[in-house]
Design a protein around this ligand. Structure first.
Ligand code: ZN
Length: 184
């Protein structure tokens, strides 16, 4: 009888020990879960580089911008992709344009400094940098001369310069006329 009581006590102790071990393991799992939850951050945040520049890729463009211009960049991407085929078909470059990088600057001042024209007027809002890149001010901060919609059209204008440049660089007056026509 005393033997049974003894082993009964032993079993109770065993169960208590197991319960403690199990609960401490559950505690660990909960901790791990919480850590995992915390590491799931906004995907846009994850694409940020060390300077806070975010990259957005669409079919034909890669946009570099800062987080507060996300919506404006979505609008830039939309108007550029919507006009892409039409402009390429109009100008018929000998080769398809490669992916175009678009640098979106948060303010007129930052844009002017970036393109080495710090004393430019507010009317200067977009600039073709190379055969595959153009810089533009954010539609959110268009300056005193232009508005949000004007900057979207400026993106189409600069893109047109890039496509025209693939064919052969025409005289400046003609290049401007084509870009004005396509962004109208
Ligand atoms: Zn132009």
């Amino acid at each position: 009888m005393s033997k049974y009581v003894g082993s009964g006590k032993y079993i109770v102790i065993k169960i208590i020990v197991l319960l403690i071990i199990t609960s401490s393991l559950l505690g660990c799992y909960q901790k791990i879960d919480k850590t995992t939850e915390k590491s799931v951050i906004n995907p846009d945040e994850e694409k940020k580089d060390i300077n806070g520049i975010i990259k957005k890729e669409t079919e034909h463009f890669i946009f570099n911008y800062k987080i507060y211009d996300k919506k404006a960049v979505d609008d830039l991407a939309k108007i550029l992709e919507e006009n892409y085929e039409r402009i390429v078909n109009d100008i018929k470059p000998t080769i398809e344009p490669s992916t175009i990088k678009v640098y979106v600057y948060p303010s007129i001042d930052e844009f002017h400094k970036a393109v080495y024209k710090p004393d430019a007027s507010d009317g200067f809002v977009g600039y073709t940098l190379s055969a595959t890149e153009f810089a533009i001010v954010s539609p959110n901060n268009p300056g005193n001369v232009h508005n949000y919609e004007d900057i979207l059209k400026t993106a189409v204008h600069e893109f047109t310069h890039i496509v025209v440049g693939i064919v052969r660089m025409p005289p400046r007056w003609l290049n401007e006329s084509i870009a004005l026509y396509e962004a109208e």
